[in-house]
Ligand binder design. Structure first.
Ligand SMILES: [Ca+2]
Length: 125
């Protein structure tokens, strides 16, 4: 995952404070990072380490049977003075298994953009 913003989200040049929410199946919700925010000033970019995941899930599927996992990814910006703002959200329908792909999550004005890597390959162990 990488996240870049072209906008100052707070007055007086304070940094934007971003975090992700993921709505998974059966009301399971995740937040990333678990605590804290990704602080970005205008034109800054954050790239996560490869071992950081917004969402992880194991799902057993029958060979030859198509399976889809729906999740919703939401990018929010925190504000101390008002309710956290939803910057962008995206509903994903991930085919299992599938090749690794990238999707873009961005706001309507394209000021803030997250590039998400979706890995839904088979797991053997
Ligand atoms: Ca803020």
């Amino acid at each position: 995952m990488s996240l870049k913003t072209l906008k100052d989200y707070d007055i007086l040049g304070w940094r934007g404070e971003f975090y992700f929410k993921v709505d998974g199946p059966k009301l399971i919700k995740a937040r990333w990072p678990d605590k804290g925010t990704i602080k970005l000033q205008k034109n800054q970019e954050f790239t996560s380490r490869a071992d950081m995941s917004l969402w992880s899930q194991f799902k057993t599927i029958r060979v030859g049977k198509p399976a889809i996992q729906k999740i919703k990814v939401i990018l929010r910006e925190r504000d101390h003075l008002k309710k956290d703002e939803t910057v962008a959200e995206l509903e994903l329908e991930i085919k299992l298994p599938s090749k690794t792909e990238y999707v873009i999550l961005q706001d309507e004005k394209e000021n803030t953009k997250a590039k998400l890597r979706i890995q839904a390959t088979r797991t053997r162990y």
